[in-house]
Design a binder for this molecule. Structure first.
Ligand SMILES: [Zn+2]
Ligand SMILES: [Zn+2]
Length: 367
């Protein structure tokens, strides 16, 4: 914590509020712990710095007295600025109790009402990621398709823009959490005693309290609502593959980015076709005569029927390749082939004449 707040955000001592906000957003997005290359410690640092520098009063005190200047300032422990999930100062490592994958948390957060985000409310107040599933037909997989889904999720309140305050309401430090946005309780478990943080029920974790709360969202800054989202499912997508839509997850707290939306695509199986990589496989039943003498047949492919030559002497299980009639390559160049696996039908019933002819054939072959 010895680092300078201006250095942490990479701005000059004379940076404007706008520059500070921009630098914060960029860094927060980059180091968000939910992101692939996120860095919890760094993210916390960034939030601390922003919590102080984004508030003109705290910034002035910090400029004058340096680190810690805001810890005993008037109005109790500082922090909990609406833009920073942890606020400045008063950070407690006990607050970080990441358990499980976070997946269940996400759903309980999404549907548990105004409980706030994250286990015990200790995680950042960026929006949660959302996962969902869609099913597409085999044909849609082949051609690619544009899909529109409706997602029920927390949306930023349109009236207060996520602040939770009624238009024109005055803003004060929350008395319940004294601005930290969190309340801590002691939990006994067989592993010992833990202090567990949860989102302050009065201010919903913002650390701020409005003289009049937003009538639309009741101060939460978010409403559960539906959003219609359209996206492209690329041709050749694999069954079970996931499409990520950045920023289409749950709304974040004011000033924090929304989560991402992850859509897992399930491809329905097809009666005739089976996929093997970029190739499509189907089977074709032909008669013994067609196999022995050769023929030209029509083969159904995903690009429509194609005429195919069966050479004389074709064996059961033989595979013929129809070039370029498979899937457009997922890797972006060329396309797969259609493979035809040959089956030979043995007649279950023979007419008298057929029987005679086959018996004749047996004599000729000497078996
Ligand atoms: Zn609102
Ligand atoms: Zn509070």
């Amino acid at each position: 914590m010895a680092k300078d707040y201006y250095d942490i955000l990479g701005v000059s001592k004379t940076a404007s509020q706008d520059e500070i906000k921009k630098a914060f957003r960029k860094l927060a997005h980059q180091h968000h712990p939910d992101k692939k290359h996120g860095d919890e410690a760094k993210f916390k640092e960034i939030n601390d710095a922003y919590g102080t520098l984004s508030d003109p009063e705290k910034r002035a005190r910090y400029d004058k007295f340096g680190m810690g200047a805001n810890d005993q300032g008037p109005g109790g422990p500082s922090g909990g600025h609406s833009g920073g999930p942890f606020g400045a100062g008063g950070f407690n490592m006990n607050d970080f109790q990441f358990q499980g994958s976070g997946f269940e948390d996400m759903f309980s957060d999404l549907f548990g009402g105004g409980r706030g985000f994250g286990q015990g409310g200790a995680r950042s107040q960026a929006g949660a990621d959302i996962e969902t599933d869609i099913e597409i037909s085999f044909e849609e997989m082949v051609s690619g398709v544009r899909k529109t889904i409706r997602i029920r999720k927390p949306l930023a309140c349109s009236l207060c823009h996520g602040t939770g305050g009624a238009p024109g309401a005055s803003e004060e430090t929350c008395s319940t959490c004294r601005g930290s946005g969190r309340v801590t309780k002691t939990v006994q478990s067989f592993l010992g005693t833990f202090s567990q943080a949860s989102v302050c029920p009065k201010c919903h974790g913002k650390g701020r309290w409005f003289s009049k709360e937003c009538p639309t969202c009741k101060g939460a800054g978010k409403n559960i609502g539906e959003e219609e989202i359209s996206f492209e499912v690329p041709a050749g997508i694999e069954n079970g593959q996931t499409i990520a839509l950045a920023g289409k997850g749950a709304a974040g707290e004011a000033g924090m980015p929304p989560g991402d939306l992850f859509i897992t695509v399930h491809v329905r199986s097809h009666d005739l076709f089976e996929r093997r990589g970029d190739n499509i496989v189907s089977s074709l039943s032909i008669t013994f005569a067609q196999a022995a003498l050769g023929d030209t047949v029509s083969v159904e492919t995903v690009h429509g029927p194609v005429r195919m030559k069966i050479p004389a002497g074709t064996q059961p299980g033989e595979i013929f390749r129809i070039k370029g009639k498979g899937l457009r390559s997922v890797r972006g160049w060329g396309s797969g082939d259609h493979l035809v696996a040959i089956k030979i039908e043995v007649p279950k019933k023979l007419s008298g004449e057929e029987k005679k002819l086959i018996e004749k054939l047996r004599e000729l072959s000497g078996k």
